[in-house]
Design a protein around this ligand. Structure first.
Ligand code: PGA
Length: 267
């Protein structure tokens, strides 16, 4: 089975509205000469306040894409529909603003905002119930890696995130393996090691569901992905794309990463 590769840019807490619009349009320009079929699935995740402005730029670029060449994701959500949850944004609200995917369980949210696996599981279910795609992040700390508990930790994160999710929904999920020690540090995880962990994650999905679901789920690598690293990463059997932080903040480097992932498009 062929999985459509995905390159997702996580803009984190960067860019005012005008800057976000400029970045989006820069990416759109850089991809103008390619049709949707020639590209991986391209996703950008601006801050909530910039989502509407960015979505307004999702117009036909002249290639027949109907503005669908670049999808917009939220960086977080809350699982309740509405109510007295000051500061939170529901999945319906993110969808209403034009988001098609939502990143959940990023290590920064787990670390700085005390997000637990149980919360991530509730968010994943709410996202799937609304017909959106969750990008579920997982990954180990340097300490966990040095103590040899990487696989056990990630297995537990995935099992808890997917608890109670149906087989039908499970195949739509995107997982991002992001070793925490590689995020924003310039230290990329060795591509063979990233592929080994991603294969291990695929096996966890297979044990929870079946081979078809494991073959359908896209698993991205994240952590200091750059234009110089993407081709080697994409050459590995199980790496289906990348979740990109720092290098997604400049149109030219993000476009290079997107184009560098074309080896697996229609492969
Ligand atoms: P980075 O971030 O590419 O800057 O390492 C990746 C991420 O946190 O998703």
């Amino acid at each position: 089975m062929t999985r459509r590769p995905m390159i997702a840019g996580n803009w984190k807490m960067h860019k005012l509205q005008s800057e976000a619009v400029e970045l989006f349009n820069g990416i759109k320009d850089g991809l103008r000469d390619y049709t949707i079929e020639q590209l991986p699935e391209v996703v950008v995740a601006p801050v909530f306040t910039s989502i509407s402005s960015v979505v307004a730029q999702k117009t036909e670029c002249g290639c027949g894409c109907k503005g669908q060449k670049i999808k917009v994701a939220a960086q977080n959500c809350y699982w309740e529909t509405q109510g007295a949850f000051t500061g939170e944004v529901s999945v319906e609200m993110a969808k209403d603003a034009g988001c098609e995917l939502i990143i959940i369980g990023h290590s920064e949210r787990r670390q700085y905002f005390s997000e637990t696996d149980e919360m991530i599981n509730k968010k994943a279910k709410a996202i799937l119930n609304n017909g959106l795609v969750p990008i579920i992040c997982c990954g180990e700390t340097l300490e966990q890696r040095e103590h040899g508990v990487t696989d056990a930790h990630i297995t537990s994160q995935i099992q808890k995130a997917l608890e109670g999710i149906t087989t039908e929904d499970a195949s739509k999920i995107v997982i991002a393996y992001e070793p925490i020690w590689a995020i924003g540090t310039g230290k990329t995880c060795d591509a063979d090691e990233a592929n080994r962990v991603i294969k291990m994650i695929r096996n966890v999905v297979k044990d929870l569901y079946n081979t078809e679901v494991a073959d359908a789920v896209r698993i991205l690598y994240g952590g200091s992905v750059k234009p110089e690293t993407i081709e080697e990463q994409m050459s590995k059997s199980d790496i289906d794309g990348a979740l990109v932080g720092g290098a997604s903040l400049k149109a030219d480097s993000f476009v290079k990463i997107v184009l560098g992932a074309r080896s697996k498009v229609n492969a």
